[in-house]
Design a protein around this ligand. Sequence first.
Ligand code: ASP
Length: 587
Amino acid sequence: MYRTHTCGELRISDVNKTVTLSGWVDASRAFGPMTFVDLRDRYGITQVVFENNEDLNKQAMALGREFVVKVEGTVRERMAKNPNRATGDIEIVATELTVLNVSKTPPFTIKDETDGGDDIRMKYRYLDLRRGAVQKNLFFRSQVAIETRKYLAGQNFIEVETPNLIKSTPEGARDFVVPSRMNAGQFYALPQSPQTFKQLLMVSGFDKYFQIVKCFRDEDLRADRQPEFTQIDCEMSFVTQEDILNTFEGLTKHLFKTCLNIDLPDFPRMTYDEAMSLYGSDKPDVRFGMPFVELTDVAKGKGFPVFDGAELVVAINTERVASQYSNKTINELTEWVKRPQIGAKGLAYVKFEEDGSIKSPLSKFFTEEDFKTWADKCGAKKGDIIFILSGEAEKTRKQLSELRLELGNRLGLRNPSVFKPLWVVDFPLLEWDDDTQRFYAMHHPFTSPKRDQIASMLNGDHETMKNLRADAYDLVLNGVEIGGGSIRIYDRDLQSKNFKLLGMAEEEAESKFGFLLGAFEFGAPPHGGIAFGFDRLCAVMSGSNSIRDFIAFPKNNQGRDVMIDAPSFIEDSQLAELNIDVTVEKV
Ligand code: ASP
């Protein structure tokens, strides 16, 4: 027998019991004739004492860190208790020690506060995963998955697996492809999401589907993206947007309650247009205020060329910072918005000092009356600073949105243990791109316009298309998009029209999505759904902004798994079998 108890289990009430524990040597210390060994497993750490037995003591002294051992002994009350440890009241007086396996000295310490850098921990991920701080994240992830299943099963959802080897239909991101040996020259693609399959399941009559599912997107990896990630993917039939929002607001509340013991209030809703004009973002962080205030009408025409030539002049009020933000701080912020990632040309501001005076680099062009008008619009009081950006509307809003978040960070307004969910609804259906002169689907090509706009979509002109709104929604939590979905098109003609608007010729639409168009001819029910980014949901719920910490074996920024060293070259014989002729030189 390897163990009677785990290393996290024994308490004062177990004193005098004879027990057997197995685990890893976390640390060992010799104190004269005594040796103390901390034995660790997934459940905790228990102190083991070797004393009064020279042989045993010698064996214990020879133990190295991370040796796997089995210890038999008696539970005893500890003289010096450790209140920071659940087992801190007791220790095991060892009577027998078995080394189950030895270990090389690990390349970094297996402690919550480790000395290992990122790269080495990734290479030895299986050791990193031995650390309590990392294990905790995976236990949390598991709990969120289990509670998701419980909640959705309770609502009559069926979990269905959809295939991983599918057809390449790149739209949003690039597909990962897999060569087919049996069909020379042909490729499968890995799914970017099970979108079309879940819709087909609705056509089949499953009514409520979900799947906790891997998705694959071959994108250039921006910070905190993974080429394979997990979604909680869902679809429902005979539902309106309202039904979906309620069901998944319910799921989110259930997860917060069961996994964090937090009661979330009802989620506020905001239209896409409101979100853009108030926060310059379709995923605003509403843990703090600082809404945008447009000053275009009052700031233009006063002789300041920068504003006069701008499409939009827009401000945010930052409360109670006038005395704290010196010129140096403001210069720093100016440099911050001028970095290429943000791309603003400069940063204008008006400082309303506590003593009633007003300071601004713009005072050559504007009177105190002007500044007071701005202050009224912005709700600025003595002690506040308004920051102003101007230029082309869309870009300027984006820049100010970044500045707002940065100010929120600097002012400590983005507390990771405060949770503010928000539904953003009524997204545009299509997005016009000037460069390529075509429409793109704002969500994806299967999203339906709002019911009352179907006629305009079928018959309207170019301008009408730009203004179509969809029953498409995102769930935003603390400025992070954690879910998104839509009510779908379920009519062949409307779907064809959408493909056409997206620049797809009829034959192309038929060859890529003929199966779906065909299915719509056999009694497709009205349906809609949503998918949550599961890794990200776990991270945000834990107040972390790194999804990698919630994935057992993540890839690095180059999309590599440095532990198994993938991707890698394959044998020429494998390539030949796959009918692939690769001329890249192997290094
Ligand atoms: N399949 C969509 C996505 O991956 C989600 C949905 O519309 O349900 O974003």
